[in-house]
Design a protein around this ligand. Structure first.
Ligand SMILES: C[S@@+](CC[C@H](N)C(=O)[O-])C[C@H]1O[C@@H](n2cnc3c(N)ncnc32)[C@H](O)[C@@H]1O
Length: 262
């Protein structure tokens, strides 16, 4: 049987498959079988490209079912509206979201750069209801639309502020205001590190820096880049944690490095 990612729950879900060529059954037969066995799956999408461009979307082909792939997805006590064809969303990262969320302390002000549909902000605000404010900046207009809707649906408008815009130009208002910054843009986060540092409070704070690491040496290249950039910005820092998040491609991993920057 072909394995698949599932986005959605209850009566409407979308299965996302990656089917290798040369199987006995056709892709469409496989998709129909998935829907037969899982009555809540209303569409089967096949990945036909890697994630690409600034918006980190990928192309899909509908193998079977409904063309409308907008669903409600549920994880860790919150609900998200999302269309995987329009925005970045990975159900596989729910554990990583919780790992960050449990670290947040009451009263913190947080900036989530590259915020997508606001899933990281919502995970945090659900886990730490006494967070001060979370700002989530996202370039993709569809991502921002879902972000607004998701914040409202989860009754978190008093805590989370979704902003449609470019992190490059849209973060000035957060300079010196944040205790914690999330940088979930594994291909390119380093280009925004100077902005993240400016957004931390003058006494410093935490940066969660995501990048892609080669299996044989997961962290050295990123640590070197971070070291050089922070030295240039005359900042001192400590690496408080580093770990694998998910497999990214054969022999490459999405990793996260947590930094205390002063
Ligand atoms: C890897 S996705 C992460 C999305 C979200 N944080 C999550 O975990 O689901 C990166 C997101 O950053 C957005 N993005 C890329 N460049 C950006 C920029 N310069 N400013 C704001 N958002 C950007 C993309 O549209 C995409 O939604």
């Amino acid at each position: 049987m072909v394995s698949f990612d599932l986005i959605g729950f209850k009566e409407k879900a979308v299965a996302i498959v990656e089917i290798v060529e040369g199987l006995e059954k056709s892709k469409i037969e496989i998709a129909k079988e998935i829907m037969e066995k899982n009555k809540n799956i209303k569409s089967v999408l096949e990945k036909v490209s890697r994630r690409k461009g600034k918006l980190r979307k990928r192309e899909y082909k509908i193998l079977a079912g409904d063309k409308n792939t907008e669903v409600l997805h549920r994880e860790f006590g919150y609900t998200l509206k999302v269309d995987p064809q329009k925005v970045y969303f990975s159900p596989r990262e729910s554990t990583e979201r919780q790992r960050i969320a449990v670290q947040v302390k009451a009263g913190e002000t947080i900036l989530v750069m590259f915020g997508g549909i606001c899933v990281m902000s919502i995970a945090i605000a659900k886990k730490q209801p006494n967070v001060n404010k979370i700002y989530s900046v996202e370039l993709n207009p569809d991502g921002s639309k879902y972000a607004l809707e998701n914040v409202r649906m989860n009754k978190l408008s008093h805590k989370i502020v979704p902003i449609e815009g470019d992190v490059k130009t849209g973060c000035r208002e957060f300079y010196n205001k944040c205790d914690r910054i999330l940088m979930p843009l594994p291909l390119g986060a380093e280009k925004f590190l100077d902005i993240a540092v400016k957004c931390l409070k003058s006494e410093g704070g935490i940066i969660h820096f995501y990048t892609i690491g080669k299996e044989e040496d997961l962290f050295s290249a990123a640590l070197e880049t971070i070291g050089k950039k922070l030295k240039r910005l005359k900042k001192t820092y400590t690496v408080i944690n580093k770990r694998k998040v998910l497999a990214y491609s054969p022999r490459q991993w999405k990793v996260c490095i947590d930094l205390m920057v002063k």
